[in-house]
Design a protein around this ligand. Structure first.
Ligand code: NG6
Ligand code: CA
Length: 500
């Protein structure tokens, strides 16, 4: 009996100590714009659950992803390094190799070192294995589990890219040895019809000029070719609810110990194919319906935390990996049923753009009792998560790791207003924001993308905007303030060269 008591005390002690640290759930929407949720001003769509988070927490008005697309933003979140410092961090195909170094500090590794159980549920898009050629019918390493996640339930790339399968830890879910999976991004594999050959088989047509017309899965043409794995292929309408179920399982299983959950949702990225119960709910087409499903999903997580009695000790961070796009490859009525909705709010540009619409995103932190409800205008970035959590978790970052991450814990907790002194934004070209000013470096790329109907921010000359007076970046001040242009350009060069 005495021995039993001793064992019980020894076991309970670290648990009690560890429980002072909050659980952290980082909810990452995919392509959700600054104006896509009602707490950021949307009037054509209502997002009550996300609004509730904002009301009970801190809502940032000047928070950014590092980049205007997915892979680089996610790379920065994981590593604390600006993605443009490393080649190969552009939008990855579904068969890419892992691009995150396994020997460097990552956000989940930080939590692990602090005694947390860590998981990713959702979209990965950072590559798998150590080369492009891989056997999808065996365990694939390295991946999320090798960069800090104890548990992973993911899809490899994007919802519009093959392979359209879930992976649990290292293996594809529902593998069938009699129907092996092959994936190819250059040449057709197997006999499954493609959207190009058989548009009559599609339940949602691709947009002309975008591609998205290779292998058809669930009536939707994808980017890339795949054969086999017919039982493993997801049904798009079930993707989001599958992720939600896995996230809830993880939370329930770990409710008594500190956990970090990276919940990377797929909404409202294309192909938008919400669960049937959400189809037609928004009046804005499937894109709006997908946003309603995203909001509902956030609400389901909040409800679960309440039911388990851990809402108070759980920090929820809600944000998006880049700005919005309406037509990103499918004729899903996002454009025709836009109905006056402004997905980027007052911002210019959107996904892919160096204008603010590319990287300025909704960003909310709720930690009941610890973070006082408020709105913050501080300039913050997702790349700062790593250094800020290193402070909260009392972990040191080895020299050289996470070089671009700034410790803004007090700002994230609403105790300070101080943001970054400078932020580099990555769209088609690089921009730097410092105080009220934003400088966009010259670029010869097209200034307008006809396919997506988005202004890229590219211009052959320098651009300078005063974001405080001109959040819509309409008035280029470069010729009026040549000295300022010079200073900002020099500062950008110095950050690029690695000096701060
Ligand atoms: C683009 C795709 C787009 C989307 C995007 C990735 C074309 C023409 N467009 O290349 O549909 O998949 O990549 O989005 O192929 S992201 O949010 O993951 O960065
Ligand atoms: Ca994205």
């Amino acid at each position: 009996m005495r021995i039993f008591l001793l064992v019980a005390i020894l076991c309970a002690a670290p648990l009690a100590r560890a429980q002072q640290s909050p659980n952290v759930i980082y909810i990452y929407a995919d392509d959700l714009g600054y104006g896509d949720v009602s707490c950021y001003g949307a009037t054509k769509i209502s997002t009550p659950h996300i609004d509730k988070l904002a009301k009970q927490g801190i809502r940032f008005t000047n928070a950014h992803s590092t980049s205007a697309t997915c892979t680089p933003s996610r790379y920065a979140l994981m590593t604390g390094q600006y993605p443009w410092r490393k080649s190969g961090t552009h939008i990855l195909p579904g068969d890419a190799a892992l691009i995150i170094p396994t020997d460097k500090t990552t956000l989940p590794k930080l939590f692990k070192k602090a005694g947390y159980t860590t998981a990713i549920v959702g979209k990965w898009h950072l590559g798998l294995g150590d080369q492009v050629e891989k056997n999808w019918n065996e365990a694939i390493k390295p991946g999320p589990n090798e960069v800090g996640f104890d548990y992973s339930f993911i899809f490899p790339a994007t919802a519009d890219r093959v392979p359209t399968v879930f992976m649990e830890n290292h293996t594809v879910v529902a593998l069938d040895p009699a129907d092996p999976i092959a994936v190819d991004y250059e040449n057709k594999v197997g006999n499954d019809p493609t959207g190009k050959e058989h548009p009559e088989l599609l339940k949602m047509q691709s947009s002309p000029g975008h591609g998205h017309n290779n292998t058809i899965v669930n009536g939707i043409g994808r980017i890339g070719y795949m054969s086999g794995g017919h039982k493993a292929r997801w049904v798009d309408e079930e993707v989001s609810t599958t992720f939600l179920a896995k996230a809830k399982d993880f939370i329930e299983a770990n409710q008594r110990q500190p956990f970090f959950l990276y919940f990377a949702l797929t909404e409202p990225h294309v192909p938008r194919m919400p669960a049937t119960m959400f189809k037609g709910k928004s009046d804005l087409g499937y894109r709006g319906d997908a946003i309603l499903q995203l909001d509902w999903t956030v609400g389901e997580i909040m409800k679960q935390l309440e039911a388990l009695g851990i809402a108070k000790n759980t920090m929820i961070i809600f944000t998006s990996d880049n700005g919005p796009v309406l037509d990103d490859g499918y004729q899903d009525e996002a454009v025709t049923k836009r109905n006056g909705h402004t997905p980027a709010g007052p911002l210019r540009g959107g996904k892919y753009s160096t204008f603010e619409g590319g990287t300025r995103v909704p960003f909310i932190i709720r930690w009941p009792g610890k973070v006082k409800p408020q709105v913050s205008d501080a300039l913050v970035c997702q790349v700062d998560m790593l250094a800020s959590f290193s402070e909260l978790l009392n972990q040191t970052i080895p020299e050289g790791d996470a070089p671009d991450s700034e410790n803004l814990l007090n700002t994230f907790m609403g105790k300070a207003q101080k943001g970054r002194s400078a932020l580099v934004e990555q769209g088609g070209t690089l921009a730097i924001v410092k105080g009220n000013l934003k400088y966009i470096s010259p670029s010869n790329g097209a200034s307008y993308n006809k396919l997506t109907d988005i202004e890229t921010g590219n211009a052959p000359g320098p651009q300078l905007y005063n974001l405080r007076e001109d959040i819509g970046e309409e008035n280029n001040l470069a010729s009026q303030y040549p000295e300022r242009v010079k200073e900002m350009a020099a500062e950008l060069e110095s950050i690029k060269a690695g000096k701060r």
